[in-house]
Each structure stands twice: as C-alpha cells, then as structure tokens.
Write a protein that binds this ligand. Structure first.
Ligand code: IVH
Length: 706
C-alpha cells in the first residue's frame, strides 16, 4: 500500500473505532460484534506497525502504552478543584435555597432553577483536552495540585482520547472515575482466588486501580467515568453556555459520558423529591452513589455567588443517611410465618438509617444468630440497603457488659403451642400444628385447593374472609358452616352461599388419598398420598403405622415416614383429624374393583439379556400387568428377572434374598397370569393377592422359591 493511501485508511479506521467505542462504552448500544471490532483494531495495528510515522497519541491503539512509572508526577491544576458543603437533611436544602434567593433578590430573574445530579462514590479526575485531544488526566489531590495519572486515564474505554467534535483551544472537565458494583464483585472474586487482599468497596477499588504505577494493570480493571462540570474552555471559538444543564449537553455532544439521571428542577421542592427518589432507589443502580449534588443552573449566578476557600456557594451535596447504624437489641422475638416457619426477629432501640427509622431487624434463623453470636442487650451494627428489610451486620463485642443473654429457639410454637421441628440439613424450624393460627389461612387454602379437596369457591379471598370473621379456625370448620353463617357476609349472595355449602358437602365424597394430601403433612405430596392409600387402604392404618411399616411402602423413605409420625404425635393434629372424621369425610378407600391388575404392587428389576424380548418389550409387558419396573435392586424389590450374563444386580438380589427368576420362569409366570386373566374376564373374579398385594402373585409357583 502506498503511504498516502495507508494514511487515509488509518484515519478511516480510527474514526470507525472511536465511533464504535462511543456506541459501546457511552451509549451502551453497540452496532457491531466484538469480532468485527477486533478485526478493525487488528487492521489498524498492522498499518501503524508498517507506517510508524502515522502513529499519534490519540490513536485507539495507544490506550495502554509506556513503561510502569516510578512515581506519579505532581501537576498544578489550571484552577482550583474545590470541594462541596454538605446538607444532611432536606431542611438544610430548603435553607440553602432561601439563602440563595435572598442573595439573588435584587435580580431575581437571573435565577433559573437547579440541576440535581447523583453524587457518584468514586474519585475526582480533571481532564485536559487540547484542540480536542486528551493531553492530561489528574487526580484532585489537595485541590490545587494533583497527581498526573494520564497513562491510566487513557486505559478507561469510556473516556475518549479525542473529542467527537473538533473543539479548539483548551478544555478542562471534571468528573468521577468509579467501578460498577458488578465489576467490583468480579475483581474481588478474582483476588480471592489468587489469594490477594480484597478491596473494601467499589470506591477503594477504583482509587486503587487508578493509582497503579503500571497502566497495564489499570487497563485490566474495568473502570468507568461520568463527567459533570465544564471548568474551563479557552480558545478562539469558545463560548461557555449560559446554564449548567446546557454545559452538560455540550459535554455529551463532545462524546464525554454524562450521567443520564441528572434532572432539571424548577424549584427546591423538585430538588427534594429528586433527592428522596434516589435515596430510596440507590440500591437499584449499577454504581454506588452517596448523595445528590444540587447545582444552581445559571452559570452567571454561580459565578456571582462565588466560593469560600473550600466550596462554591451555589452548589451543595445532599448526603444520604448512611446505610449502616449502631443500635441495641432490646429483645429477640420469634415470628411464625404463614407456612409455619419460625423466624427470630430483633427488636431494636429505634435508630435512623438510610432515610427511615428502624425498630426491628430480621435474624433469619437460629444458625444466623449463632454464627454472629447475637444476644439480647448487644450493641449491633444494622444495615438497610434500599427497600430490603434491615439486617444485623455484626455485633460490637467491645460494648458488652456481661448482662447480654444468648438466644435459644423455643421448643414449642409461640403461636399455638404445638411442637416445633427442624429437619436435618435445613435451617428452618417449623411448627407442626394443623390448627396453628399463624398458618391457618395457608393451610385452609391448601386443603380446599383443586388438587386437594377441590372445594370450589374456597380460594384465598374467601378463606381470608371466613377466618377474619371468626367463622372458621381450621379446615374442619368448613364442614360446620351454615347458610346462616354466610348470610351476613358482604359480597356473599344467597346463591354463592348455597354453592359454597354444596361444594363443601360434595368434598366429603373425595377418596382418602385426596384428604391425606389436603392435610399438608410435610413431604406428603399427591403422589406419596396415592401410594400410601394404595398400600394401606385406610388413613387410620397409615396414622397408626410405625415408621418401619410406613417405609415398607415402595418409594416411602425415612423422611416421609418420620414426617407422618411427627404429625400424629401432635395432639392438636389428632383432634383436627377427629373433627374431619365426625364431619363424615372418607378415611377408607373403596373396595378394590375386580379389574385390579395381577402384578400391581409388585416391583421388578431386569438384568442381563432376554432371548424372547428386548428390555423395553419386557418392561412394557410387566407394566401392562400392573408391575413397577425399577433399575436398582433393594429390599423392596419383589423379583429380579435374570437373563443371559446378568450384571451386579443379580448378586445384589441374591445377597438381599430377593426372588430371582430365570427367563424360563419369567415366561411361565407370564403365561400363568395371562391364563388367569382370561378366565377372569370370562366370568370369574380374580382372587387378589392380599391387601395391597404384598404377597407373591398367583399361587405357589416355581418362581416363588429360589
Ligand atoms: S460537583 C466544587 N458533581 O463529590 C465541587 N461532585 O463531596 C464540584 N462528586 O469532590 C463537585 N459526583 O468528587 C460534583 N455529580 C457530581 C459529583 C461530585 C460525585 C464528588 C466529587 C467531589 C465530591 C464532593
């Protein structure tokens, strides 16, 4: 390529890359893929390597360059970078407004409102652009002199090395370099993996990253920046706009990143609203803010008000109340949630934190209290971020007096006195009471639900009404309801009352498996309820069965069996069941129909190759006869069918004493059963093999003994 042509292409590529940087880093609206972008960069690097005479400092290839510095150079700022006065509540903002209006009094027209801006929790930088090219970036330092961090600033991708418009003369802009919360977390995760010390917060991480002596390190740190003040514009065509709002528009047009949430406010009331809004929503932002900066919009007025040695008079920082505060734990109470979980709750000496007064904090569960060693009487640090319920961050043990009392979880439910239980491996402690007032609504809603007792018209709103009016205390109460009870209720016409009572009445006919599921015993879902009733046929037999008897049912493990036993140990629950029995609900399953399948209740495992069937065919035949086919052998397996070269399942069956059938025996069993089934359909009634089919199918056969 000829030099002139190369120069032209280099310029084209730079313009394209700058545009895509702007779209990606500033507008967050990329138009090309990462691969396409990389291709442009690669082409530019190659051309610059071939034609080094065309390399310039503002080329996008030159973001990371130069060797690590020994120390940062100190530079004098062209004009002092002042600080801000603070307002700690909205009254102080109103006072600020009153003061300014008084000063403005002789020329009130000059006053044209305020701009509210998020106060980014990062670190100030001042950038100097000469004829549109970034020539220096400095930290604030003492306000008069800062550190020259140009090499590091250049690595921040949202900072343009060249302004978008050709801006003649010298421009000084002030902004804030920060790290997003996500990048901060990611950086700390990496540092943890590498065994390095962690940054305490995004602000420290941003400061630490910008003050790296090696810009190559800064380049890896995902820094970002917002610019808010145009401090200086010297040059032939320079024309400072009349307002701060317009100055920000100008910065945006030049390609600098300006916070999109700034707001033009025509009165201090609007400013106060803006402050309150962001105090509440701060946790939803990707970056941290610690307040709002309020600036008089008119730059002429700002100028006229001047500054003290420390801060301008026409700007003020409204500081958010901290998200953390110290207070004392007065008491630890236990709350019972609607699902029966007991949650400890700290009652605190009221304290202001993050814009509101806090008097209680969740303590989650007993493990949380133990880990943090929180005791009644302790001084604690609490934290309220956004709308989240306040939390106890830590105890201050140095402030203990010795009178603090450790917490123990109550052994019975504070709402109903029933026993409580903590499942192994879970943090939650639950109340076991079926009639517990804290859980009553939730339990009744579950009882009446479509897949449980299916009582039409008894949904959350109606349950709420019935409970609130004191008409029912638990699901059994539904069966005592009368037309008279419902007559007085608002939004309950005669027809809907009649329908509801009819639906309640109809539900008495539900089979016991529905009732068992409706009780809401932990771990007893629809499928397990069906299995249990299929096996025992009678709820009373389930309720009186021992844990071992319950576990004899296929698929019923220890957790379910124990849960049923625990439920029955609670007197309150036994009373509840008696009420349901008296109401006439069905506890016994209907007699089995003659159509019961000959192998129902039997579990088979297949191993090795069969000559007469594929594995799938054999499984299908067995299932057709009502058997269950599983893949592993256990004590609950009734038969193992062993074909050619059986696997380890065969040995397991022998070890466990499970009946093993050869293929021949298996075929004889099938023939036998088929014959029985045929004779049965011809008129005879199949003689079912005991209740729940717990004996071997058919009579004595060769397949029985092994
Ligand atoms: S204006 C004359 N605007 O807050 C001071 N400052 O506490 C002009 N800050 O040092 C500063 N966001 O580092 C201004 N939108 C914003 C800001 C902001 C963050 C920082 C800045 C300043 C500190 C003052």
């Amino acid at each position: 390529m000829e030099a002139g042509e190369a120069k032209k292409r280099i310029e084209q590529l730079r313009a394209a890359i700058e545009r895509h940087d702007y779209l990606y880093y500033i507008l967050d609206a990329p138009e090309i893929s990462d691969a396409e972008y990389d291709a442009l960069m690669k082409e530019l690097s190659a051309l610059e390597a071939a034609y080094p005479q065309f390399v310039t400092v503002d080329s996008p290839t030159q973001r990371v360059g130069g060797a690590p510095a020994e120390a940062f150079r100190t530079v004098a700022h062209p004009l002092p970078l002042l600080s801000l006065n603070n307002a700690y509540d909205t009254d102080e903002l109103i006072e600020f407004d009153r003061r300014l209006k008084k000063q403005a009094a002789p020329e009130p027209l000059i006053f044209v409102g305020y701009v509210g801006e998020q106060k980014i929790d990062g670190l100030t930088v001042a950038l100097l652009y000469q004829d549109g090219v970034l020539v220096r970036g400095a930290t604030r330092g003492d306000g008069l002199r800062g550190e020259d961090v140009t090499a590091n600033i250049r690595t921040i991708r949202s900072i343009p090395l060249r302004l978008q418009k050709r801006v003649p003369g010298r421009v000084l802009v002030r902004g804030e370099v920060f790290m997003t919360k996500d990048s901060f977390q990611e950086l700390n995760r990496e540092r943890e993996r590498a065994g390095q010390s962690l940054f305490a917060n995004p602000r420290n991480a941003a400061a630490g990253s910008l003050r790296q002596l090696d810009p190559a390190v800064t380049a890896t740190r995902s820094l970002d920046a917002f610019f808010y003040d145009l401090l200086l514009w010297e040059g032939a065509a320079s024309a400072l706009p009349p307002t701060h709002w317009e100055a920000q528009t100008l910065l945006r047009e030049w390609g600098l990143k300006v916070n999109p949430y700034s707001r033009l406010c025509s009165s201090i009331k609007e400013v106060v609203d803006y402050c309150r809004e962001w105090e509440e929503k701060r946790s939803t932002l990707p970056w941290e803010i610690d307040g709002v900066v309020v600036k008089v919009n008119s730059l002429a007025f700002q100028e006229r008000m001047g500054a003290t040695a420390k801060a301008p008079r026409a700007k003020i920082a409204y500081k958010f109340s901290p998200e953390e505060a110290f207070t004392r734990v007065r008491e630890i109470l236990v709350n019972v949630g609607r699902t029966g979980v007991l949650t400890p709750l700290a009652i605190l000496e009221p304290v202001r934190v993050a814009g509101s007064t806090v008097g209680r904090a969740t303590l989650h569960n007993e493990d949380y209290i133990r880990e943090k060693d929180i005791r009644t009487g302790d001084v604690v640090v609490i934290r309220k971020a956004g709308e989240i319920i306040p939390e106890v961050v830590r105890v201050v043990p140095e402030r203990r007096t010795g009178a603090e009392k450790p917490f123990t979880m109550p052994a019975v439910c504070p709402a109903c006195g029933a026993a409580v239980y903590r499942e192994p491996g879970e943090a939650a402690v639950r109340c076991l009471g079926a009639s517990c007032p804290a859980q009553q609504k939730e339990r009744i809603i579950h009882f009446a639900a479509k897949n449980a007792m299916d009582i039409e018209g008894v949904g959350p709103a109606v349950v709420n009404l019935l409970v609130e009016k004191g008409l029912i205390k638990d699901a059994a109460g539904l069966y005592d309801l009368t037309a008279g009870d419902l007559a007085g209720l608002e939004r309950f016409g005669a027809k809907s009352a009649e329908n509801l009572l009819a639906a309640v009445e109809r539900s008495k006919e539900n089979p016991p498996e529905r009732l068992l599921f409706a009780l809401g015993i932990r771990h007893v879902g629809e499928e397990m309820a069906r299995r249990l009733v299929g096996y025992f046929r009678d709820l009373d037999r389930i309720f009186t069965a021992t844990k071992e008897e319950l576990m004899a049912v296929p698929e019923i493990g220890e957790a379910i069996a124990e849960s049923i036993r625990r439920y029955m140990e609670e007197a309150q629950n036994r009373e509840f069941l008696e009420k349901l029995r008296r109401a006439g609900l069905k506890f016994k399953a209907e007699e089995r129909k003659a159509t019961a399948e000959p192998l129902s209740g039997k579990t088979f495992v297949l191993t090795g190759a069969l000559a007469a069937f594929t594995r799938e065919e054999a499984e299908e035949v067995l299932r057709g006869l009502g058997a269950r086919v599983t893949s592993s052998v256990s004590k609950k397996t009734d038969y193992v069918v062993a074909g050619e070269s059986p696997g380890s399942k065969y040995q397991k069956a022998v070890d466990l004493g499970v009946t093993v059938l050869t293929e021949d025996e298996f075929l004889r069993l099938l023939t036998d059963l088929r014959q029985r089934k045929e004779s049965q359909t011809k008129g005879g009634i199949y003689d079912e093999a005991g209740e729940g089919g717990s004996q071997a199918p058919g009579g004595a056969g060769p397949f029985r003994a092994q």
